[in-house]
Ligand binder design. Sequence first.
Ligand SMILES: *Cc1c(COP(=O)(O)O)cnc(C)c1O
Length: 453
Amino acid sequence: MDQIKYLIPEDAIPDQWYNIQADLPEPMAPPLNPQTKLPVGPEDLSAIFPSALIAQEVSTERYIDIPDEVRQYYRQWRPSPVHRARQLEKALDTPAHIYYKYEGCSPVGSHKLNTAIAQAYYNREAGIKHIVTETGAGQWGTALSLAGAAMGISVKIFMVKVSFNQKPYRRGMIETYGGEVIASPSNQTESGRAILAQFPDSPGSLGIAISEAVEVAAQRDDTNYGLGSVLNHVMLHQTVIGREALLQMEMAGEYPDVIIGCSGGGSNFAGLSFPFIGANLTRGLSTRILAAEPASCPTMTRGVFAYDYGDVAGLTPMMKMHTLGHGFVPEAIHAGGLRYHGMSPIVSHLQNLGQIESRAYAQNACFSAGVQFARTEGIVPAPESNHAVRAAIDEALRCKAEGRSEVILFNLSGHGHLDMQAYLDFNAGKLVDHEYEADQVSLALESLPMGVG
Ligand SMILES: *Cc1c(COP(=O)(O)O)cnc(C)c1O
């Protein structure tokens, strides 16, 4: 059974998201107010988030209903297909069975619409008219822009300047959906002006763009902020991926031994893996859960697990997470969606509890995996997704060496159709591998607001 989507009825779209906070063996450390350093309450967040999302952020209910209107919208592309990668298996000559869940079939080409549509819905229900956000490579801005169009909300996006200049097609897509794009750092905010005064040629970073967006959102009652990853409610919305996959693997008559996702802020990885981690925690199963990240921004493999800000200016609550320090500006690798200094606190917590393994890969190794995948399976993966493809191929080769026929399931978080410059550069041998330097680690430690913790 190779293409499982069309064998299941539309009603196979789950009607609830899975909240892993219900099953954590130990609770997470709370987010802290950046001024008082006390745990944040709902009132600290209500200037920028609607109450429904704040409630989801701290909920310990195991299942949370997907609103009918959101689920109706999901029907445009969900359930997303699970494919068995038989051509890739053959090329690798591996006894492993490789499956992938393909999120690139959403209208925007990635998993990000799963949460964008939910966030826009809850904001509209709360009477919000405008959402402000940031975007790195542009996928989140694209998704939120479409979600805003669907829910009648205007969307303003601070786009990391280097991507703004390098990815005109992403900007074109965002503007086609009606979103407004501003290159960050900009002179529209205090945070932006402060950076520009010090570094007029700053290429920008996600941490800077978040500061600008949060600053604008906090100033107006009818305006909120939306984040495309990292926060608990974002991980929650993405679990629609893993809940579908549980069902699809059951239809295939297999259960994964290894689950793999690439990780930037952690959302597509969490979306696929959390329902399976839940099964590990509550049903005594032992599926391995593996996060693949870039060697140039190795939050999980090289960062520290400590309190840090989500942005450069220190406007966001402090979260306990794997971090390289909020001032860290990663190299301009092509997987722009993975260039964030922190990691989802809940993913970090699970790694700290030993539920998750992580591995870092350099970009040339990832692109060579992506090219092999394209030539066998036909889909050209997003540069971010190539990290998951790399890890899946390495696991399949390990199975070959060990003569084991394990079942591997990975998340193909998006397609790379708007990232062809990256493939042109790779094919021409022009991609550079950036290693994260050891002295950057100590720099990161110095910038932490509460020390190494
Ligand atoms: C944004 C993005 C990522 C990284 O974000 P996560 O929150 O870690 O999922 C990965 N893949 C694609 C295609 C993306 O657009």
